[in-house]
Design a protein around this ligand. Structure first.
Ligand code: F6P
Length: 551
């Protein structure tokens, strides 16, 4: 396809025509008329079963979506990605996070442009350093071994390692505690420092750019905490390490370059958990565990690159997401893990999906005339059932969901596993089937109600159903499964971006707020002159200033 908007394509028009047929269908009927629907619409790969049969689709829908993928030359874009072409057009660089989990001794992405030697070299340094922290060889300035590790970072330099560290709880070192600080409000740092002993605390300052205000301000305050305790800045080199692409900035902050672990501009922040940004994970769980996590992602890379679209997990998830967003007008998508280990997964995906695909122009800078990224949100399954599921069951919006379900818990206890599974599956069934007015009335009558009371109450107990969901099932949350699951969503995001014709690897939208914050900050602390703002912003600045002076 040329640089024309995808909405002008024949494949798009065909899906728009087909939408009316699907809108008239209820998934109940689709299941009733096809006992083989589960077999038809489920695929297993890389330790994950994807059941996508509870979607508002028919064989024709799937064929139409696959035709759309062909129209946008998805296969060619996947090759471009894996071959290291500059798919991040606005920053003129490749997106090569797959190199970080590439296995074996072969070059990647090609023998003429091989990024693997430095990748392997940093991995070995991470292995050695993390090993020395884990076995107690690494000593603080006062000679104590490390007991608390505090990662200071934000966005991709926080969400990835935090998500994985929480997910791999069963693998953690018994004598190490890992904490995360991301927020600029000093309460966050105070919380992380509470109860920590400077003698046995190691800080990892994680920032791709080493220019992020939140991270640097927290790191400076943490540095003061260490220096004040020991009465010298010399202690910093034993209590601070950095993960960054920016050596000079790390050095000027006061961190020894020997204690810096690098990565490269071709790793996007939200795709960086596989790089040295994973250092806190390696310290907590060990290199073998981290390498299993990388191996799971490598499994998914191979699956994504080599599998035909109709059986390709990221392709299917991405196309289904396009179907709901662009053809059935769904504005939101929920992620619902029924695995306590995945409690931070929805937050992680929020950045991955929304920072990647929240774009309004194509790669060529042309404004799109269709929707792009939906709002991605979610929470732990059982908790969410008692919070926001009501809206999905009986609200007025179409909401698509991903249920993520383990067969076995990481910490099994009698009775719990079956109860969790029953809840997850019951919710997908309820969302799909709903409850008709006749069914609601019958159940009210069975409960002893009669006459007008039944007809008065029944409408409140009707669920329209027809709410779509994918169910992703795996045996248990091992590092390898987690790697595959995380990479699945990375590639899903890429698939959507190719259909929408946008660049998922930049994030210019976050810059304006950062620029304005600098101006306002200078006004608030008196180091800059007053600038012109709208009446609301000026009013708020004046209000805060008055309060400060009073305090
Ligand atoms: O502001 C957004 C962002 O640039 C994210 O893309 C990134 O993950 C985060 O900030 C942190 O950036 P850094 O790792 O450079 O501190």
């Amino acid at each position: 396809m040329s640089s024309e908007l995808v909405s002008r394509s024949e494949a798009w028009a065909a899906l728009e025509r087909h939408r009316d047929c699907v809108c008239a269908l209820h998934m109940r009927e689709l299941f009733e008329s096809d006992p083989r629907r589960f077999d038809r619409f489920s695929v297993e790969a890389c330790g994950l079963l994807l059941d996508y049969s509870k979607n508002r689709i028919t064989e024709e829908t799937l064929a139409g979506l696959l035709a759309l993928a062909e129209e946008v030359e998805l296969g060619r874009w996947v090759e471009r990605l894996f071959q290291g072409e500059h798919v991040n057009t606005t920053e003129d660089r490749p997106a090569l996070h797959m190199a970080l989990r590439h296995r074996g001794s072969a070059a990647f992405p090609s023998s003429s442009f091989d990024v693997m030697p430095p990748v392997r070299a940093v991995r070995e340094r991470v292995r050695a350093f993390a090993g020395s922290v884990r076995n107690g060889d690494w000593k603080g300035y006062g000679g104590e071994r490390v007991r608390t590790v505090i990662n200071i970072g934000i966005g991709g330099s926080d969400l990835g390692p935090a998500m994985v560290a929480h997910a791999l709880g069963p693998y953690r070192h018994p004598a190490l505690e890992l904490r995360f600080v991301s927020n600029l409000d000093s309460s966050a740092l105070a919380d992380a420092l509470s109860g920590a002993d400077p003698e046995s605390t190691l800080f990892i300052v994680a920032s791709k750019t080493f220019g992020t205000e939140e991270t640097l301000m927290n790191a400076r305050s943490a540095r003061a905490w260490v220096s004040d305790h020991f009465g010298t800045d010399d202690a910093v080199s034993r209590h601070f390490v950095a993960v960054s692409t920016q050596t000079e900035r790390v050095v000027s902050f006061g961190i020894d370059p020997e204690n810096m672990f690098g990565f490269w501009d071709w790793v996007g922040g939200r795709y960086s958990v596989w790089s040295a940004i994973g250092l806190p994970i390696v310290i907590l769980t060990g290199m073998d565990c981290f390498e299993d996590f990388l191996a799971g992602a490598a499994d998914m890379d191979e699956h994504f690159r080599d599998t035909e679209p109709a059986r390709n997990l990221p392709v299917l998830l991405g196309l289904l997401a396009v179907w709901y967003r662009n053809f059935l007008a769904a504005a939101t998508h929920t992620v619902l893990p029924y695995d306590y280990g995945l409690r931070l997964f929805p937050d992680y995906l929020q950045q991955l999906e929304m920072e990647s695909n929240g774009k309004h122009v194509t790669r060529e800078g042309v404004a799109v005339d269709y929707e792009t990224c939906p709002v991605v949100w979610g929470g732990l399954g059982n908790n969410a059932q008692h919070a926001f599921y009501q809206m999905i069951h009986q609200g007025t919006s179409l909401v698509s969901s991903d249920f993520i379900v383990p067969v076995r818990s990481q910490y099994p206890l009698p009775g719990h596993e079956d109860a969790v599974l029953a809840n997850a599956l019951a919710q997908t069934e309820a969302l799909m089937r709903g409850r008709t007015v006749d069914e609601a009335s019958a159940s009210l009558i069975a409960s002893g109600l009669a006459g007008e009371a039944v007809s008065a109450r029944a409408p409140h107990q009707v669920l329209a159903g027809n709410q779509p969901s994918n169910t992703i099932v795996y045996e248990t949350l091992t590092p390898r499964v987690l790697g595959a699951l995380t990479a699945l969503y990375e590639h899903k995001v890429f698939v959507q971006s190719v259909v929408w014709g946008i660049n998922p690897f930049d994030q210019w939208g976050v810059e304006l707020g950062k620029e304005l914050a600098k101006v306002i900050h200078a006004e608030l602390d008196g180091s800059g002159r007053e600038s012109e703002h709208d009446a609301s912003t000026s009013g708020l600045i004046a209000y805060v200033r008055t309060r400060r002076h009073r305090g």
